[in-house]
Every structure is written in C-alpha cells, then in structure tokens.
Design a protein around this ligand. Structure first.
Ligand code: GDP
Ligand code: MN
Length: 348
C-alpha cells in the first residue's frame, strides 16, 4: 500500500540533481574571458551575472586567458563561481607583445599623438597588444582549438535578462556567424588609415567580399568613406571558424602589416566588424535584441516586446539603441531594406 501511494515520490527525479545538471544537450561552445589578475573582482561580477541569468542552467565551460600566469587566488575564486568546467590559459608571448618589426620610434610618436589628443588608452602599449590579440590571435589559442562557437565576456559587465534559450543553438539553427548587442561609433583618431587599407584590400582580394554584404552598415556613401560604425566586441557570440577562415586570416595579416595596431590604435571591434560586414552575407549577422547587456556607460535593455519570454531587470527606456551614440538604426535600416520593407528613417 505504501509503495503504491508514494510511488510518485520514488520516480520523481531528484530536483537538486536537475538543478545542477544540464537540461539540454550542449553545443560545441565556450565562454571566453580575457583578463588580468588585477581584474578578479570584475571577472567574478560578470560571471555571477551570467551564471544567474544563463549558465547555471546551461553549464557551458569557461576559458580564461591572460598574458601572465593567473594566480592561485584568481583561479580558486573563479572556479568557486561556477559549477561548469573552467580552464586557464597563458597567451604565448608572440601572440601578445609588440612585434620586433614594428618601428618603436614611430609607435611611440603615435602614443604621444593620441595622448595629446586625449584619446582613451592613447598612450597604452598593453591596450594595443590586447586589441591586436583579440583581432588576430585569441582564436588560435590552444584551449580554443576544440571549440566552434564562443561567447566573449569581459570583467565588470552585466547581463539583465534571464536567458531561457541557448544562444549557441540559435546561431547554429539560423545559420548565423556573428552576434552582437550594441553597435556604436569608433573614435576616428584611432583608425585614421584603416579604411584606406580596407579599400586596398577589397581591390586586391575581391573574392573575399560577399555579394550580399553589410557595407551599408559601415559606409554611408557606398564604401568611399567609413562612418565609424562597429559592433561592440566586448560582447560577441560568434563562430570561431570565421576568424580561422582564409578570408579573415588574409585580412588580419594585411592590416597587421600596415602597423596600424601600433602606429595608430586599431581596435578589435572595428576589425571584427568590418570583416563580418564585408565577408559575410548580411543574414549571417545577428542582433541579440533579447539579451540585456551593460558594459561601462552603455547598455542595451530590451523592451518587453523585444525581450519576448526572457525577463529583464533593466529599464527599457535606458538603452543606447535609438540614441545618437548608436549605430543600430543604420543596421536596422539596412536589414529592413533587405526584407523589402521601406527603410525606417533615422530617429534624429
Ligand atoms: P575597454 O573595454 O575597451 O575599456 O578595455 P578593457 O580594459 O575592458 O579591456 C578589454 C579586455 O581586455 C578585457 O577583457 C580586459 O580584461 C582585457 N585586457 C586589457 N588589457 C589587458 C592586459 O594587459 N592583459 C590582459 N591579460 N588582459 C587585458
Ligand atoms: Mn571592457
């Protein structure tokens, strides 16, 4: 009698076990964080936010990278912040430091020039190393070789919404390559020669330019000039194979050879964005409008319409999307033209 009556208690799975085990089959994907030992607190904040809103349920593994060895304290505290597997990697020196062929006198002039112009990180060598690493090397790290997709995470960022679906599955299912949440304008002083180099590249390697590309996101005059729009690369959900492709490899080498990472201060955001916009057909780009996200002074907060079944703890009116700082209106105008709709006018 007891058995029959309490049968449901015996056969109901243990709820605690359910909570700590992945409910879904995982994709071949990882959460990547580049960070310094001094950024431990910021890394823990970002992880706490991501774990709470997403990864406690999905259990994607982390890869943390650093140009110096992570300390035991750093590793220990990061491992306590998640149940998911964590790997820590050291970046090979030749993937990080300013290459010997770079003319240091010229690089120093650039640092002084940008500093005098009050450009953020204008005088920083390590920031330039970081931008070059994120542009040309992170996907070559040994710990990332086994993975196809990644989600880039930075210290001190915040995710606002409960993400109740798997963005990696979404990318795969919809045949997307590059996903973003915020699009804005680059500081022109950091990329003064970049567009000339891009144009040279397009002439030399027309075979890499997609027919149905997103040039209209990058340029307001059909490619003559760069409008500084880019996807903010501190958030990326993307396909590592794109960066490993011949087109992107050739592009990175070409730009690196100009010395622009050191003679200017090329950011990885415009480099990634220009490549994604030109080498991919537009439909391979994706705006994750239902993922609320904050980095420094900017945030994307979904409206309840945009959030769909994700619930967000941010104010929908506090979002960069339709402000003057945002390139999203350009992106949306381009995409709606693609769908044969009348392009909505820019809101200013
Ligand atoms: P910002 O977002 O452009 O203001 O620049 P951040 O200071 O946030 O740097 C971007 C990313 O690179 C973050 O993930 C940082 O932790 C990382 N980063 C920047 N400089 C260094 C560095 O010198 N060493 C390491 N290991 N990571 C760095
Ligand atoms: Mn940052």
């Amino acid at each position: 009698l007891l058995r029959g009556r309490f049968q449901h208690l015996v056969t109901t799975p243990n709820p605690i076990a359910l909570e700590s085990e992945p409910i879904f089959e995982k994709e071949n994907a990882t959460l990547v964080i580049l960070a310094r030992n001094s950024e431990l607190k910021g890394v823990l904040l970002s992880m706490k936010s991501l774990e709470m809103h997403f990864n406690t349920r999905f259990q994607y593994p982390y890869v943390l990278l650093n140009d110096e060895e992570f300390t035991n304290e750093f590793k220990g505290r990061v491992m306590l912040a998640t149940n998911a597997p964590v790997q820590f990697g050291l970046i090979p020196r030749d993937h990080w430091v300013q290459p010997a062929w770079v003319d240091e006198a010229k690089a120093e002039q650039s640092r002084e020039r940008l500093k005098a112009q009050n450009i953020i990180y204008g005088d920083s060598i390590s920031y330039r190393n970081m931008c070059r690493f994120n542009s040309g090397y992170f996907f070559k790290h040994q710990l990332l070789q086994q993975y196809r997709y990644y989600w880039r995470i930075e210290p001190d960022v915040k995710y606002f919404c409960d993400i109740n679906y798997d963005p990696f599955k979404f990318m795969i299912k919809n045949n997307h390559t590059y996903g973003f949440t915020i699009a804005l304008y680059e500081t022109p002083e950091t990329v003064t020669t970049l567009w000339d180099s891009v144009k040279e590249f397009m002439v030399k390697y027309p075979q890499y330019i997609a027919n149905d590309n997103a040039m209209d996101f990058l340029s307001d005059d059909g490619g003559k000039t760069y409008n500084m729009c880019h996807f903010w690369s501190n958030f990326e959900i993307a396909d590592l194979d794109f960066w490993r492709s011949e087109a992107y490899q050739t592009f990175f080498e070409f730009l690196d050879n100009t010395g622009g990472f050191y003679y200017e201060r090329f950011g990885d955001a415009p480099i990634h964005s220009i490549a994604a916009a030109l080498f991919l057909p537009k439909h391979k780009l994706h705006f994750f409008r239902n993922i609320g996200y904050q980095h420094s002074i900017y945030q994307h907060c979904p409206s309840s319409y945009e959030a769909g079944s994700n619930t967000c703890s941010c104010s929908w009116w506090n979002t960069i999307d339709y402000t003057k700082a945002s390139c999203l209106p350009r992106y949306e105008a381009m995409m709606s033209k693609e769908l044969g709709m009348t392009a909505s006018p820019l809101p200013w």
